[in-house]
Design a protein around this ligand. Structure first.
Ligand code: TPP
Ligand code: MG
Length: 323
């Protein structure tokens, strides 16, 4: 099969999925204890998408996501310690403790992985597409299916198609937008069919299966890199929770999403075992590694200084503000 993952890619994806899950479970736990505050949007249950896309884009390609970007931030190898310092609101945080989990971004890794305004990131990604075209790079733009109902999604895909911009648009279809389900908000069943309107390639894949995501995303990346313009990839998945601060879990839906048949990590573990790649010892090694990374990041964050309140106005105005 063309575009199939090799052993090394698979283990890297597995390790990333574990890092995201371990980190975000801890984030939920600490938030519930009141140790960290803010608006937290975990991608628990969706880990296969960020972890696999990291095998598709290059380290200097641009990555732009909507509000559920923490997993993408981690998968791109952005500063993990600075992410945790951000969650703790410390001066060493990736946005100096000002943005919190919903505004994670690390420009040294070409990653804008946070945006509180649903849909707006499609426009930012499309703008980045002009720079990417000039520099011979690609943009990977990721957002939820709810955000595709904003007008800016149409404007962005239309412009990208006309201009043949090098952008892979990825939709994380988790069937839910805060209080609403897609059948209440979204015309048509599949977002990928909207690609027809722009005469660009579009496809729907199982977003909890790294092999399926990789095969189609690589095919699309080849199309994009050969100058033929953007593609639209829809990944079917499920999120455990909307936001930690305002969790609205529906028990029956959660039961399905967390089941071994649906959960991306359990499914991948079963597959890797069947393929003779994963052993008990290797699984333990990977899980220990995820835990070690987390402990180091927690230590860094907890020992970092808090910002000085008077620094809050820095970098807001171009001219110093008179005392
Ligand atoms: C312009 C705008 N409208 C509404 C909201 C409130 N809001 C935050 S998340 C969300 C749902 C987004 O759903 P989706 O795009 O499917 O992403 P998901 O949260 O499922 O990953 C809404 C309506 C917002 N932040 N911005
Ligand atoms: Mg959604």
């Amino acid at each position: 099969m063309t575009n199939s993952l090799n052993l090394e890619n698979k283990l890297d994806i597995y390790q990333r999925m574990l890092q995201i899950r371990t980190s975000e479970l801890k984030m939920c736990e600490l938030f519930k204890k009141g140790e960290i505050v803010g608006h937290m949007l975990p991608c628990l249950g969706q880990e296969a998408i960020p972890s696999t896309l990291a095998e598709v884009y290059a380290t200097d390609d641009y990555l732009v996501t909507a509000h559920r970007g923490g997993g993408h931030y981690m998968a791109k190898g952005c500063d993990f310690n600075a992410m945790w310092a951000e969650l703790y609101g410390r001066a060493t945080g990736i946005t100096k403790g000002r943005g919190g989990q919903i505004h994670l971004m690390d420009m040294s890794h070409y990653a804008i992985t946070g945006n509180a305004i649903v849909g707006q990131h499609w426009g930012i990604a499309t703008g980045a597409g002009f720079v990417a075209r000039k520099k011979g790079k690609m943009v990977v733009a990721v957002g939820g299916e709810g955000s595709t109902n904003r007008g800016i999604f149409h404007e962005s895909l239309n412009m990208a198609a006309v201009q043949k911009l090098p952008i892979l648009y990825v939709v994380e279809f988790n069937n839910n937008q805060m209080f609403s389900h897609s059948d209440e908000t979204t015309a048509g069943t599949r977002i990928a069919t909207r690609a027809v309107a722009y005469d660009i390639p579009g496809a729907t894949v199982d977003g909890n299966d790294p092999d399926a995501i990789y095969a189609k995303a690589m095919e699309f990346a080849e199309h994009i890199k050969s100058g033929k313009g953007p593609c639209l990839l829809e990944c079917i998945t499920g999120k455990w929770t909307d936001s930690v601060s305002n969790a609205r879990e529906v028990p029956e839906i959660l039961e399905k999403i967390k089941s071994p048949e649906f959960d991306p990590i359990t499914r991948f573990e079963v597959k890797l075992r069947e393929e003779g790649i994963l052993t008990n010892a290797l699984e333990k090694e990977c899980k220990d590694r995820a835990e070690e990374l987390l402990q180091a990041a927690l230590t860094f964050a907890q020992n970092s200084p808090k910002p000085n309140p008077t620094d809050g106005i820095d970098e807001v105005y171009s001219q110093p503000v008179a005392a």
